[in-house]
Design a protein around this ligand. Sequence first.
Ligand code: SF4
Ligand code: SF4
Length: 269
Amino acid sequence: MSVSFHLCQPGKGASCGACCGLYNFRDHSRAALTERLAEQTTRLRDVPKEPAAWHGAARELVESRREAPLFPAVRVCPLLGFLDEAQQQVGCLGHPKATGGVDLRSCGVYRSSICETFTCPSFSWLTDEQARLVLAACPDWYLYGLVITDVEFVRGCLRLIERELGGPAKPEKVLARPAALAAMRRLFALKETAPGRDVHAPIFGRFTPDTEGEPTSRTLNYARLGVRASPEDDVVLCLGYIPGDAQSLTAARERVRHHIRAVSRALMD
Ligand code: SF4
Ligand code: SF4
């Protein structure tokens, strides 16, 4: 394992529920997810802490969902919620630490033992420095989960900064410079803020459902767009752009470049 802290609940404002299916909806906006998490938290708050009652409440929550999962093959757990009144920390409401000692996680979509031991690929694919950079730049539950689980996005951003600098872009250097960290925060925040995307399209970052409902990686059709590949394109795809013509692809690339240059400038000052 290359990351030295626990990615799921690292503190400092960050928390993640991506593997519990948090983002698995077409509308995975902050507003929509906040509403769903708040609903699940409220519904489960006063349910007696015993399996039969929690199984029943979990079933009701699933049946009352207004939107089907984007990737039908990927489970969405109704036991995910806010762990605090201020709605700043997402996490498992069936975890013994949340229930006061009872393990109710098997009332969700996996067995408790799976929830206890699962680690997503980011645990081994991100370096410790990359993970620390994401934690420092994304101190909030919504953005942190989107970025920490998108290894290609993190690597792609750092690759572009290295290209701009003409040398290594060490995450620790970004962490040591407040202006660079602020620029990095704005770059990672494009996951939420980037304009000109079709937010209702059946995609999540660079993935779209295949015929089995599993996530499959998207690519750009350069022949149809009439353009050559560019180094920004991995990040453009990870941001969820679906450029329909050369002009919109150029605009998305330019938006990425603008933020890459801002981080690079702050590192050179
Ligand atoms: S997606 Fe990864 S970081 Fe997020 S909660 Fe799951 S295991 Fe933890
Ligand atoms: S029961 Fe498991 S899948 Fe459901 S929210 Fe808890 S940890 Fe996630």
